[in-house]
Design a protein around this ligand. Sequence first.
Ligand SMILES: Nc1nc2c(ncn2[C@@H]2O[C@H](COP(=O)(O)OP(=O)(O)OP(=O)(O)O)[C@@H](O)[C@H]2O)c(=O)[nH]1
Ligand SMILES: [Mg+2]
Length: 217
Amino acid sequence: MKIKVMKNIMDENQKLAEENRRFFESKKVTVFNVMASPGAGKTSIILKVIEALKDEADISVVEGDIASSIDAEKIEKYGIPVVQINTGGGCHLDANMIKAVTEELEIKDHSLLFIENVGNLVCPSAFDLGEGIKMVIASVPEGHDKPYKYISMFEAADVVILNKSDLIPYIDFDLDSFCKGVRALNDKAPIFTVSCRTGEGIGDFIDWIRTQRKATA
Ligand SMILES: Nc1nc2c(ncn2[C@@H]2O[C@H](COP(=O)(O)OP(=O)(O)OP(=O)(O)O)[C@@H](O)[C@H]2O)c(=O)[nH]1
Ligand SMILES: [Mg+2]
């Protein structure tokens, strides 16, 4: 029966996610599962963190995409250890994929690990990878109604980033409505409004990343 098969898949994923989590906790690694629609700015945000923190923390990255190594190549240019996972059509990463690549990355104790999930605002939130922090990025061109439509993603978030704030003057985007939509689902996740283009809000976000690293240590 289909329902039973789905339950088995989710149970197996959860078991592997807990194994990953124990491994990351044993090494005091702060792990971010970065989720967003295609093009919202996942890679751009990760690059901003790398630029800001590469001299004070070891950072490694897992890049998840249906195809190509475009994003991994961008990370590699900064001398950061990176592994690209191509799902070959799959719309999300799962815990088994993360388990398979963590050895290859030789993740250092007390480091930061960013896992860029496949661009998709639906499926990735259902699959625990063993991360400590679910980071959800929305962007201005997508519109302020996204929290009202993609509920599970915003409910699951430990932090919400609204990227591309530089485009607010050109787009009919209601920031207040966006924030209210997030708060109706999630009263804990901090919301950072940033622009990877102008740098607006990036400093506060980087300070928050620092506090998360200290909390894991
Ligand atoms: N105007 C503007 N453009 C941005 C900003 N951040 C990212 N972009 C642009 O948006 C596009 C997509 O950015 P990426 O960082 O590749 O987005 P992504 O979520 O990693 O995309 P996928 O991996 O393909 O899902 C690129 O052309 C970026 O230059 C921003 O703050 N403002
Ligand atoms: Mg990307």
